[in-house]
Write a protein that binds this ligand. Structure first.
Ligand code: AMP
Ligand code: ZN
Length: 318
């Protein structure tokens, strides 16, 4: 019997995803990165006319930002904290012995004052808040960050480390709602230009614990989150590749962000899951970028022969 390899197996066989032996943690090859760079380009183009302020942050945030964000109230199961060695030479000797014997060795690791960033927009709010009241036009930020969520999975679309590009809007309720509504429509145009099938649906975040169900229900009832979903994994439901979130005054209150007239600011963010969009395109256009539809390649800013420039043998020989 000839069993068709799964999408995950195909990605590994083609060298596109490089297994590291930990579920949801992958290396990526040049083909994958070329798609990610193309998406970056296409997203920048899509947002260009709005002239967003560009902010880039490292993949970790200060512990106090993280604590104040309230993330542990809602998603403690996803958080990744950073610790580093805090002992002396004797301590190091002890640790090396423990490691060699296969024993636990983490007791001398102390919090480094940093937490892995769980969502790109989290560093934006305290940054804007420090500036004082917003201008009357509010704020619009383009942010891009590696994110971490501890959600090991065999599904190739669920990474522990992944990149999130976001447009973040802060302002009055009218400004923020108009932004999100506009982007739900623009998100559909964007996905159409990528040439992938999709649907947009109301969604909820995976809140932790028994109270989490109530939070999720209320998020749905108030239509606070929409997702753009793409069929990617065989035998599973479609995967959220973009999110359209309205946080009401949650971050405004948390960080005391104020509009020009002193009201608590509202916020919304549009998140592009770069890895998931890349996988969606590989799924629907195949693994050879040179064979992708011409208009899709143009939208991604690809030159004539992308695959030759991303580390293929031909590129080395040329
Ligand atoms: P969220 O903050 O959960 O709405 O996430 C924003 C976007 O990041 C989602 O629309 C996904 O495209 C992407 N994303 C979320 N979690 C993961 C994950 N575990 N692996 C890859 N992409 C993810
Ligand atoms: Zn966000």
């Amino acid at each position: 019997m000839n069993i068709e390899p799964t999408f995950r197996e195909q990605l590994i066989d083609a060298g596109i995803l490089i297994p590291l032996g930990v579920d949801g943690v992958w290396g990526r090859n040049g083909v994958f990165e070329a798609i990610c760079a193309g998406l970056e380009h296409a997203i920048s183009e899509a947002g260009l006319n709005d002239a967003p302020e560009v902010m880039r942050f490292p993949p970790a945030m200060p512990q106090d930002y993280f604590e104040k964000s309230g993330y542990m109230k809602n998603f403690p199961h996803f958080a990744g904290t950073i610790h580093s060695f805090d002992g002396d030479e004797r301590g190091q000797h002890k640790l090396l012995g423990q490691m060699a014997r296969g024993e636990p060795w983490m007791e001398q690791q102390q919090p480094a004052g940093l937490v892995l960033t769980p969502a790109a927009c989290y560093s934006v709010y305290p940054t804007l808040a420090r500036r004082g009241p917003l201008a009357n036009v509010g704020a619009l930020v383009d942010v891009y960050c590696w994110c971490f969520r501890h959600e090991p999975s065999l599904e190739p679309t669920r990474f522990q480390f992944f990149r999130m590009r976001e447009f973040v809007r802060v302002g009055t309720v009218a400004q923020v709602m108009a932004f999100r509504e506009d982007w739900v429509a623009r998100g559909k145009v964007f996905a159409t230009s990528l040439g992938i099938p999709f649907e947009v649906d109301i969604a909820n975040d995976p809140f932790f614990g028994r109270g989490g169900k109530l939070m999720a229900d209320s998020q749905r009832e108030q239509a606070l989150k929409f997702e753009l979903l793409v069929p990617i994994n065989e035998g599973a439901g479609p995967t959220a590749c973009m999110s359209f979130n309205y946080h009401m005054t949650h971050f405004g209150e948390t960080w005391d962000m104020r509009t020009e007239d002193g009201e608590v600011a509202h916020t919304a963010c549009i998140g592009f899951g770069i890895e998931r969009l890349a996988l969606a395109m590989l799924r629907h256009h195949g693994f050879d970028l040179d064979l992708w539809p011409v208009d899709v390649r143009a939208f991604m800013g690809f030159g004539t022969k992308v695959s030759k420039s991303v580390g293929s043998v031909d590129a080395v020989e040329a």
